[in-house]
Write a protein that binds this ligand. Structure first.
Ligand code: ADP
Length: 556
């Protein structure tokens, strides 16, 4: 298990450490609340022995007032504690989620194509919450329990030391049962988490593909799949919950047995006159309270296993290496950068796959318009991913204005090379918000200019765009992505089948506008439409052994 390696535990510790001041405040407040909760049985003893049996109504009144005072103080401290605790707990939860999310943002497209969105969501949500519960709730409860248990034991020892042994005689049995159940709970917990992941993955996928589901009449089939997944989930959840319940219930039952033993033995002491009735009642009352912390400790053994399962599932994401690293001391692009691209012996293969292409050589001078063609699956989009440094070439290098891409700041590089893909992602928000996404500081006039150039302005800049652009047509989505790239003011503009859903006439108009606006920028265009590439300066065909020069006019 990854947790055994300690890396994930260290990671967790580093996230909790910044909150240590608040942890101390919460601990102090809960310590105080616990101390206050220990007072009533002690006061009850005197209330019974001195007040009731001694027939002193004034003492009864005083002790009642003291018990009430302790309860009010405990409630006030409890309220303060809840507030502090909520802040602490949320900060740890958000810190965990932000750390995983930050790591996710550094991962390559291969990671996301290899996993379902639901799987990642389930880890980011359910597993993060499980780990947080352990890191905050359980550990705080455990520390708190030490205080309560110490106070309770001290009070019990002061009341009647010879009853201590019978009171805790069953403790080793309780510990043994809990330890026995631990491994089983671990296995069941993993199953439940995986079932819950399957459910989330199913929902995310089906909702995303709802139109297809409806179009092919698959709704009853999908409904049946949900029912089946729910049934599996309930089965595993039931087994896990029952195991968890048994772990909690058996020790509680044994606590009851211990109270019985104490009453029996303590009763003989009372009858012999060596123990007062009040002291026996106070002792049993403390024994009941000791059950809470003991159960918390026993629960800790189980909670640790549950958290380990979730921590492992998060570690599977955190251990995923980013495909590219930002250089420690990035070079800046020269201020007179123009957008010259050199591909020098570039070789690439996806992990575990045969080589996609090798020895790709090309010098694309700044300002040229280059068409890239090749069979479907030849690796054209992959080549674009290399230009955007989603991956690095396995051999060879790519230079932008003389700088190896690996030496440049990643963000700067990606800002200067704008890529418009066939299906560029859109965000929910307005048309304007989508255009501004890559250049949030642009002015309103610049947004309008980009929208007009991409022929999207007539839709209205304030028109809302649904999630993933569902409220727009394919052509409108592509034009919106083109407007976004135009506003980015890149050195290199890459259009990867970016106008495939736009009618020929509009496509050519947009192409002319782009050529006018980007006359001196490098343009790389992947397209199956010969007309789009008709006025390209060069056309290169991507083959497994590199680029082959093609005649203009023979592109598609
Ligand atoms: P093109 O754009 O020329 O159609 P792509 O670059 O999209 O080709 O894909 C090239 C090949 O690499 C295809 O066979 C595709 O299945 C494969 N491929 C693409 N992405 C991945 C990936 N993330 N993992 C493994 N193989 C991939």
């Amino acid at each position: 298990m990854a947790i055994a390696g300690g890396r994930s535990v260290r990671w967790l510790f580093n996230l909790v450490r910044p909150q240590s001041a608040r942890v101390l405040v919460v601990l102090a407040a809960s310590g105080l609340a616990s101390a206050l909760s220990l007072a009533p049985p002690w006061l009850t003893r005197f209330l019974i022995d001195d007040g009731l049996i001694g027939r002193r109504i004034d003492l009864v009144a005083w002790y009642c007032a003291a018990i009430l005072g302790a309860a009010v103080a405990a409630a006030l401290v409890g309220a303060f504690n809840r507030w502090q605790y909520l802040t602490l707990s949320s900060r740890v939860l958000f810190g965990l989620r932000e750390a995983v999310f930050a790591h996710l943002q550094s991962l390559p497209p291969t990671f996301f194509s290899g996993r379902s969105t639901g799987d990642v969501m389930a880890r980011l949500d359910g597993d993060v919450a499980e780990v947080q519960r352990f890191a905050v709730d359980t550990l705080l409860a455990a520390v708190n329990s030490v205080l309560v248990l110490a106070g309770t034991l001290a009070a019990m020892a002061a009341l009647c030391p010879s009853l201590l042994l019978p009171a805790f005689i069953l403790l080793p049995v309780q510990v043994a049962i809990t330890r026995l159940m631990r491994a089983r709970i671990g296995i069941l917990t993993r199953k439940v988490r995986e079932r819950s992941t399957q459910l989330t993955a199913f929902l995310v996928e089906t909702i995303g593909a709802m139109k297809l589901v409806q179009a092919v009449g698959a709704a009853p089939r999908e409904q049946a799949r949900l029912v089946q997944l729910n049934r599996y989930f309930l089965g595993d959840l039931r087994r896990a919950e029952m195991a968890g319940f048994a772990v909690g219930a058996i020790p509680s039952l044994l606590n009851g047995v211990a109270a019985g033993i104490v009453f029996l033995i303590g009763g003989t002491f009372v009858m012999k006159g060596s123990l007062s009735v009040g002291a026996l009642i106070a002792f049993v009352s403390y024994l009941g309270r000791a059950g809470g912390p003991v159960n918390t400790f026993l629960g800790l053994i189980i909670a640790q296993r549950r958290a380990a399962v979730s921590l492992d599932r998060l570690a599977e994401i955190l251990d995923e290496p980013p495909a590219v690293m930002n250089p420690a001391e990035p070079r800046r692009l020269p201020s007179e950068a123009k957008g010259e691209i050199v591909l020098d012996g570039v070789h690439f293969a996806y992990p575990g796959c045969p080589s996609l292409f090798s020895d790709v050589q090309a010098i694309l001078p700044a300002g040229v318009k280059v068409g890239i063609v090749g069979a479907s699956g030849a690796g054209k989009s992959t080549l674009i991913d290399l230009l955007h440094r989603h991956y690095d070439p396995e051999a060879g290098r790519i230079l932008l204005d003389g700088c190896d891409l690996r030496s440049l700041d990643l963000t700067q590089l990606r800002r200067r090379i704008a890529v418009v893909a066939q299906d560029s992602p859109l965000i929910s928000g307005t048309i304007a918000a989508n255009i501004l996404y890559a250049a949030p500081d642009a002015s309103a006039e610049e947004v309008i200019r980009a929208a007009v150039a991409a022929e999207i302005a007539h839709l209205g800049l304030d028109t809302p765009v649904a999630e993933r652009g569902a409220s727009l047509s394919g052509g409108e989505r592509q034009r919106l992505a083109i407007a976004r790239a135009l506003l980015q003011d890149p050195l290199v503009l890459i259009l990867d089948e970016a106008t495939s859903a736009i009618d020929r006439e509009t496509e050519q108009r947009i192409a002319r506008t782009i050529d006018r606006l980007f006359a001196n920028r490098t343009r790389i265009i992947i397209s199956h439409h010969a007309e789009v590439l008709a006025d390209a300066d060069r056309i290169l065909e991507l083959t497994p052994t590199g680029f082959a020069e093609r005649r203009i006019g023979s592109a598609a």
